[in-house]
Design a protein around this ligand. Structure first.
Ligand SMILES: C[S@@+](CC[C@H](N)C(=O)[O-])C[C@H]1O[C@@H](n2cnc3c(N)ncnc32)[C@H](O)[C@@H]1O
Length: 272
């Protein structure tokens, strides 16, 4: 495992790295949607994909990287993550090449990879344009990128419930398909296919949802977050504003997860 680059360019990145690092051992059991999404993205890889070198951006515990190694026999899969705790965990699980680094400023040479894969990590980055520019740079001409991320409707119920309480940022903002497409094109990629699909997950109550988000390290770490202002009274007010529905086993809540899926390639010359 190597620690390379300078992950802490922005102060909030240090918080993101710390939060995910702490979550490393509990993450896989809790992050079921992320796990299913990684497998779906791998299933979408073309059957004839020839990819000796694959980069997994924001690889987390390495579960996607292990699945990539199985799906692409012979491929060298390099896992990279901002959180040292995640990369240490992946390395201890047996993943050979784990780098600590920032997807927006990759500590990697130009034109090395055949595939850049990224499952549910780009939403944590400050600029999708920087992520895609860097991915373009490290891909070989003709190389392909496959990603998923969360879109703007993610946790819309939670965001709306907090709006009844105060103006602070309680849910991280997410990039729209239009933002992502603009960044993909701006980075120079061609053949972009980006679409989104909504999932409505059931939870017994808001506390269970909040505990899951905290458990996977995905609590709000953005500038402008509520921080210490989130006292018990505010929290109870937010819970009272969250819509409860009648489920087969009694009252429950729904949480929307807007999953954006995309693929494109670095052209050998210009896009045609
Ligand atoms: C929701 S987890 C997804 C992990 C994994 N890809 C999966 O499929 O389960 C998001 C990961 O992105 C990482 N991350 C956040 N910002 C990053 C950045 N700027 N560069 C690299 N990794 C980043 C986090 O540390 C975390 O491990």
């Amino acid at each position: 495992m190597s620690v390379m680059g300078s992950p802490a360019i922005y102060p909030h990145k240090t918080l993101i790295a710390r939060s995910f690092g702490r979550a490393a051992t509990a993450y896989d059991a809790l992050a079921k949607l992320q796990g299913a999404s990684a497998l779906e993205l791998i299933e979408r890889l073309p059957d004839d994909l020839d990819a000796p070198w694959v980069l997994d951006l924001g690889a987390g515990t390495g579960r996607g990287a292990f699945a990539l190694e199985l799906a692409l026999p012979g491929a060298k899969v390099v896992a990279l993550d901002l959180a040292e705790g995640m990369m240490r965990h992946a390395f201890n699980q047996g993943l050979k090449t784990c780098l600590v680094g920032d997807a927006e400023s990759l500590p990697l040479a130009d034109g090395v990879f055949d595939v850049v894969f990224s499952n549910m990590a780009i939403q944590w980055c400050a600029s999708p344009l920087d992520v895609f520019r860097e991915s373009f740079r490290v891909l070989k001409p003709g190389g392909q990128m496959f990603f998923t991320t969360f879109g703007p409707q993610t946790l819309v119920e939670l965001r709306d419930a907090w709006k009844d309480v105060d103006e602070a940022v309680h849910v991280n903002p997410f990039f729209s398909v239009a933002d992502l497409n603009e960044a993909i094109e701006g980075a120079g990629f061609c053949g972009s296919e980006v679409f989104s699909r909504r999932h409505h997950l059931e939870y017994p109550d808001v506390m269970t949802l909040m505990r899951e988000l905290k458990g996977i390290g995905a609590s709000n770490q953005m500038p402008g977050r509520a921080g210490y202002l989130t006292g018990k009274g505010r929290f109870l007010k937010m819970m009272a504003a969250y819509p409860v529905i009648e489920g087969p086993l009694g009252p429950m809540i729904l949480a929307t997860f807007d999953v954006v899926i995309g693929s494109f390639y670095r052209p050998k010359s210009d896009c045609r």
